[in-house]
Design a protein around this ligand. Structure first.
Ligand SMILES: C[S@@+](CC[C@H](N)C(=O)[O-])C[C@H]1O[C@@H](n2cnc3c(N)ncnc32)[C@H](O)[C@@H]1O
Length: 245
């Protein structure tokens, strides 16, 4: 059965996800845990309290549980997937699964040591025509979510974002002083590369990343994008459209 939506923007619709999860048992966006577990082990301690944003029906949380990370809270706005996941395995039964919109996180400040997302923010950006020039609505939406992510993180907590989005598109969204974190970037995957961003709270943005702030509102973007295009000549710019089954 095909779960390809009629149009790409369906990936930003709760109705699409609920219908898809009515029949789909498991699907892994980007890569499965085995593909990036060394990066996770470097950044996450077994005792860390972990929040998984937009868990979907991925095996990531169960795989991490089996690997010794036991304090995982999973949220997704799809009631269907949260019900399905609660009892999917012994590991799943040992974790928390909550229906929650990541635009409105219902946790106290500092509740988590790690917040993790894999392809969830990508799904919220699918309506964008030009990844070089995100609409004001999307930029504000991302900012609202990231302010909450920063708020639920503990003082030296880490936000890990695993995504299709290349640094010249994604770092502009993450590089803002008011989140109170710095940005580390890793890649993984063979052939097609995925990105593993680690934002560590309590650290300052590098000088170079701090400069990206002036491009957040699309001002001064021309010079940045020209440099990035030259640097990334061989990369595919259409990552948003590459989200498919
Ligand atoms: C592309 S899938 C990624 C699923 C999973 N993280 C993975 O790696 O396979 C996006 C997921 O985010 C969820 N989602 C989208 N917008 C959301 C929101 N505003 N709040 C909570 N979950 C959301 C969808 O229901 C879907 O499960």
């Amino acid at each position: 059965m095909s779960f390809l939506p009629d149009k790409n923007t369906d990936y930003a619709s709760m109705a699409y996800w609920n219908e898809r999860y009515g029949t789909e048992e498991s699907f892994e966006w980007c890569k499965s845990y085995a593909g990036f577990k060394d990066l996770i082990r470097k950044e996450v301690q077994p005792t860390d309290r972990i929040l998984m944003l937009g868990c979907g029906n991925s095996s990531l949380s169960e795989d991490m549980y089996r690997d010794g990370f036991h304090k995982i809270t999973n949220v997704d706005y799809s009631t269907v997937v949260v019900e399905n996941m609660k009892n999917r395995s012994a590991e799943a039964r040992s974790m928390q699964w909550l229906v929650m919109d990541i635009k409105d996180l219902k946790f106290e400040s500092g509740s988590f040591d790690v917040v993790l997302e894999k392809a969830t923010l990508d799904a919220l950006l699918v309506g964008e025509r030009d990844p070089w020039r995100l609409s004001e609505n999307s930029r504000i939406l991302m900012d609202e979510i990231l302010i909450q992510v920063s708020n639920v993180l503990s003082s030296n907590g880490r936000f890990i974002s695993i995504t299709f989005a290349q640094p010249h598109f994604r770092k502009r969204l993450y590089a803002r002083q008011h989140y109170g974190w710095n940005i580390g970037t890793e890649t993984f995957g063979d052939g097609f590369h995925f990105f593993f961003y680690v934002m560590t709270k309590g650290e300052r943005l590098s000088e170079q990343d701090a400069q990206l702030q002036s491009t957040w509102s699309n001002h001064n973007l021309e010079s940045q994008s020209t440099v990035a295009r030259l640097q990334e000549d061989n990369n595919d710019d259409s990552y948003l459209n590459s989200i498919e089954m």
